[in-house]
Each structure stands twice: as C-alpha cells, then as structure tokens.
Write a protein that binds this ligand. Structure first.
Ligand SMILES: *[C@@H]1O[C@H](CO)[C@@H](O)[C@H](O)[C@H]1NC(C)=O
Ligand SMILES: *[C@@H]1O[C@H](CO)[C@@H](O)[C@H](O)[C@H]1NC(C)=O
Ligand SMILES: *[C@@H]1O[C@H](CO)[C@@H](O)[C@H](O)[C@H]1NC(C)=O
Ligand SMILES: *[C@@H]1O[C@H](CO)[C@@H](O)[C@H](O)[C@H]1NC(C)=O
Ligand SMILES: *[C@@H]1O[C@H](CO)[C@@H](O)[C@H](O)[C@H]1NC(C)=O
Ligand SMILES: *[C@@H]1O[C@H](CO)[C@@H](O)[C@H](O)[C@H]1NC(C)=O
Ligand SMILES: *[C@@H]1O[C@H](CO)[C@@H](O)[C@H](O)[C@H]1NC(C)=O
Ligand SMILES: *[C@@H]1O[C@H](CO)[C@@H](O)[C@H](O)[C@H]1NC(C)=O
Ligand SMILES: *[C@@H]1O[C@H](CO)[C@@H](O)[C@H](O)[C@H]1NC(C)=O
Ligand SMILES: *[C@@H]1O[C@H](CO)[C@@H](O)[C@H](O)[C@H]1NC(C)=O
Ligand SMILES: CC(=O)N[C@H]1CO[C@H](CO)[C@@H](O)[C@@H]1O
Length: 405
C-alpha cells in the first residue's frame, strides 16, 4: 500500500527535476545511443560537456546543437564507427577522441572553431570531414592514428601548438597557418611526409622529424628553437628567415639544428642574421657545403661537423659561445681563424679537417698535412662549446641580438 503510493510520487518528482535541470545545460550530457543524441536535438547551445559513453556503438550523430560551451569527449567506445554532427560549429573546450578502435568516419560539417583538438589512438580513421570554414583552434595534437590526410585542418590560422606525431600513413599536409605561438612539432609520421606551410611567418619552437620535405617560404621569425632531426628531406630553404631565438631579459635562447638528415644536400637561408642559442649542423651525410651569407650573431656555440668541403659565414660578427668545425674532407679554416683572432668568436675555437682518417692541419696557408692536427685555442671563462647549455638558455651580454633585428 505504502509502496504503491510512493512510486508514482517519486516518478513525478523525478520528472520535475529533469525539466528544471534542462537537458541543454546539464554539466555533462552523456550520449550512449541514437536516442540520447536525439534528446539534445532541440538545444541550440549545450552549456556543458558532451560525453559519448563507452557503450556507444555504430553511428552517433549529434544534430541540432550549434555550440558546445564545454568539452566534446569520446574515449574507449570500441564499437563506435561514425561520429558526426551537421550543426555543431563551436566547441569551447577540448575535442578529445581517444582509443576508438572502429571509428572510421568523423564528420563535422559546420565546424568553425574549437579550443583544443586532442586525438589519439584512432586506428581505423583514414580522414576527417571538416568544412573549409574550420579555421580556429588553439592547440592541435594528433597522435597515433590511421589518418592519411589532415585535409580539414588546412585553413587553420593561428595556433599555439600543432603537434602531429606517429601517424604512419600521413603523406602530405598543407596548412594556411600563419602564426604558431608556442610549438610546432612533426615526428615519426612515416618516412615520406611532405609538409607545406606557405603562409607561416612567425613561429615559436619548431621541430621537424621524419619529413621528406618542408616548405617554409614565408617564415621570417622563429621565437624559439628550429630543429631538423632525422628527416629524409633533400634541402631546407627558408628564403625569408632572419631570426631564430628569443630574448627574455638578458637571456637569449633558441637554437638552430640540422642533425641526422641522411639526404640533406643544401641549406639555404640567405637572410638569416641571428641565432639566439646554439647552432648545430651534424651528420647530414651529403651536405657538400655550408653557407650563411648574412649570419652575424650566434649567442650560443657553433658546432658544425660532417663531410663538407666549404663553410662560409662572411658576416659573422659575434659568437658568444665556442666554435667547433670538424670536417671529414679538406676545408679551409683561414676565415674562421681570423674570426677567432679578432675576437668575433668568444669561446673555445676548433677548426679541423680529417681526411682518410688523418687530421689535416688547417693553417692559414691551406691544407698541408704538416704541423698541427687542429687549431684550438681556449679563452677564459666565457669559453664554452655547451650546445645543450646554450640551447637551454645561455645568458649573454648586451642587446646585440636586438640591435641586429
Ligand atoms: C581501449 O578501449 C577498449 C574498449 O574498446 C578497452 O577495453 C581498453 O581498455 C581501452 N584501452 C585503453 C588503453 O584505455
Ligand atoms: C604571432 O604571435 C606572437 C605571439 O602572440 C606575436 O608576438 C607576433 O606578433 C605574431 N606574429 C604575426 C606575424 O602575427
Ligand atoms: C621553447 O623551448 C624551450 C626549451 O625547451 C622552452 O624553455 C620554451 O618555453 C619553449 N617556448 C615556448 C613558447 O613554448
Ligand atoms: C618575404 O618578405 C618580404 C619582405 O617582408 C615580403 O615582401 C615577401 O612577400 C616575403 N615572401 C614570402 C614568400 O612570404
Ligand atoms: C618569445 O619566447 C619567449 C620564451 O618563451 C617568451 O618569453 C616571449 O614572450 C616570446 N615573445 C613573443 C613575442 O611571443
Ligand atoms: C624517424 O627517424 C628516426 C631517426 O631519426 C628513426 O629512428 C625512426 O625510426 C623514424 N621513424 C619513422 C616512423 O620513420
Ligand atoms: C628542395 O626539395 C624540394 C622538395 O623535395 C624539391 O622540390 C626541390 O627541387 C629541392 N630544391 C633544390 C634546390 O634542391
Ligand atoms: C644551395 O642551393 C642554392 C639554390 O639552388 C644554391 O645557390 C647554393 O649554392 C647551394 N648551396 C650549396 C652550399 O650547395
Ligand atoms: C666525402 O665527400 C667526398 C666528396 O664527395 C667523397 O669522395 C668522400 O667519399 C666522402 N667521405 C665520406 C666519409 O662520406
Ligand atoms: C668538435 O666536434 C667533433 C664532432 O662533433 C667532436 O668529435 C669533438 O669532440 C668536438 N671537439 C671539442 C673540443 O668539443
Ligand atoms: C642518422 C639518422 O638518424 N638518419 C635518419 C635520417 O632520417 C631518415 C628519415 O627519417 C631516417 O630513416 C634515418 O635513420
């Protein structure tokens, strides 16, 4: 008797509560089925998170809402094959997808803006269907997917972070991004990824690994480090790049590195004037020569090694770290010795060429196999080869870097 009266009372109370906490503004709208998705159809704005539950399977379409003020999250839904929305244009928080074993279609036909894209472990997703109006994201991280194309991200404008790694099938990516304010990083996306940043003018820390080409025709300023490691690219051409490195108080940092690029045969940076940290070129087998015609200031150490027969830094005015050039073929060190003598190079100085396993003396008269095996001098406390130390933020004097800008 008591139970019979209580149950309808509870049901009525439950319904009233549900109506007060509107489906559109619950902290988390959980969607496990097509019916759950349909329940959101009348909400123009979801004021909270959307969570696609782990039991969601097959096709889930969230059609109706235009804005999600919170996050859009889908994790571990192993049976989900399609996730889509024709209407959502803005996701105020994170668009997070992870460990979706069967997800093969991701289609958001109205998307314009998200705060963060964070996708990982999407082993069945070959591509994404985003409209050309998708242009705003603060941070984009895409890891370990089956994506062979990132078409849909081509029209991004400014991002803080773009980190694309371990996407083995990715072959090409072109993006309109003009400014990367924190970090740009590509790594381990298979061995033949060709990258193009036609409009990129300004970037903070930049790292490229495992790319077969990198096109940066407009890049002018890197407020951080710029590194090319283990790429299969044949050349690096940055015709507009003037500065690598940044200034914080008296600290100058931000190195430039070309390391382990087996096919790299040409580096062209005709306008490069200043490097705020260390400058390293090593183990790029085919590189026949090094030439930076405008490089004046290096606030860290210079370390060049490899099989190159010429090195030219005619504008060099100030190297605040050490200088170590080691060539496995014969190379004329005359100009660098003069830089050392005149105080342009402030740290320890080494310039040596080694031919057929023999150190070749690099005297001012040329490459006679006589006398000293190398030319080395060490100067007081400022002496340093410290590549890592320099990269981490070598503190240096004065505002020369600024004067050069
Ligand atoms: C990935 O999702 C599956 C369900 O599809 C789950 O069993 C597994 O534990 C998840 N893996 C991780 C690392 O979370
Ligand atoms: C890029 O962003 C940085 C940091 O917000 C800003 O200082 C710089 O002026 C911007 N550069 C361009 C070309 O928009
Ligand atoms: C760039 O990298 C350096 C060294 O890892 C770090 O100290 C600095 O904060 C980074 N800059 C940005 C804008 O993330
Ligand atoms: C290089 O810089 C110059 C001068 O700022 C500019 O006019 C030119 O358009 C830039 N080139 C590219 C390819 O962005
Ligand atoms: C350049 O990078 C440094 C170190 O991360 C940072 O302190 C400074 O604000 C950056 N400059 C600009 C213009 O973003
Ligand atoms: C990336 O290059 C490194 C060498 O720098 C190599 O060890 C690694 O296997 C490469 N990864 C891929 C996915 O190609
Ligand atoms: C530089 O590499 C690109 C891409 O592989 C290639 O198209 C171009 O011809 C190369 N340029 C030079 C001067 O080798
Ligand atoms: C690199 O390529 C440019 C343009 O093709 C050429 O002018 C320059 O001499 C090359 N540099 C070296 C060191 O081979
Ligand atoms: C260095 O380059 C020269 C000229 O191309 C070549 O004869 C020599 O075998 C190369 N040495 C090594 C160790 O790669
Ligand atoms: C100079 O660089 C070569 C090649 O990287 C290295 O073997 C050598 O130890 C360095 N010399 C000094 C004095 O640091
Ligand atoms: C010495 C070295 O690490 N070489 C790497 C250069 O980059 C190619 C492409 O990623 C790698 O295959 C090489 O191992």
């Amino acid at each position: 008797m008591f139970a019979q009266k209580l149950l309808p009372a509870l049901a009525v109370f439950g319904l009233a509560a549900a109506q007060t906490a509107s489906v559109c503004s619950q902290a988390t709208a959980t969607v496990n089925s097509a019916a759950d998705a349909t329940a959101l159809a009348d909400c123009a704005t979801i004021s909270g998170d959307i969570l696609i539950g782990t039991s969601a399977s097959g096709v889930i379409s969230i059609d109706g809402p235009q804005q999600v003020t919170g996050n859009f999250i889908c994790l571990n839904a192993g049976q989900l094959t399609t996730l889509s929305s024709k209407t959502i244009s803005t996701i105020g928080g994170s668009f997070q997808l992870a460990n979706l074993t069967l997800l093969s279609t991701l289609s958001f036909g109205s998307l314009a803006s998200v705060n963060t894209i964070d996708w990982s472990a999407l082993p069945a997703l070959p591509g994404i269907t985003f409209p050309s109006t998708f242009s705003q994201a603060t941070s984009v991280t895409i890891t370990n997917t089956f994506l062979s194309s990132l078409e849909g991200l081509n029209n991004l404008q400014t991002v803080a972070t773009l980190n694309i790694n371990n996407n083995n099938r990715l072959k090409a990516f072109t993006t309109a991004i003009s400014n990367v304010t924190s970090a740009l990083s590509f790594a381990a996306n298979g061995d033949s990824l060709s990258l193009s940043f036609p409009d990129l003018v300004w970037a903070a820390n930049v790292t490229f690994r495992n790319a077969s080409s990198v096109d940066i025709p407009s890049l002018a300023y890197v407020n951080g480090s710029l590194g090319f490691y283990g790429n299969s690219l044949s050349n690096v051409t940055a015709p507009n790049l003037t500065t690598v490195g940044y200034t914080t108080g008296n600290d100058r940092a931000g190195g430039l590195a070309f390391v382990d690029n087996d096919s790299l045969a040409n580096i062209t940076m005709p306008l490069l004037k200043a490097v705020g940290g260390a400058f390293q070129i090593s183990t790029n087998s085919p590189l026949p020569g090094i030439s930076f015609p405008n490089l004046a200031q290096v606030s860290g150490a210079i370390s060049f090694s490899g099989n190159f027969s010429s090195a030219s830094l005619p504008a060099l005015a100030n190297v605040q770290g050490g200088f170590n050039l080691t060539s496995t073929t014969s190379l004329d060190c005359t100009a660098f010795k003069a830089d050392d003598k005149s105080g342009v190079i402030q740290g320890a100085f080494t310039c040596v060429s080694i031919v057929n396993g023999q150190s070749v003396g690099t005297s001012t008269t040329g490459t006679s196999t006589g006398s000293s095996a190398s030319s080395t001098s060490t100067k007081g406390a400022a002496a340093s080869y410290g590549i890592s130390e320099a990269a981490a933020g070598l503190s240096v004097l004065g505002g020369l870097l600024q004067m050069l800008l």
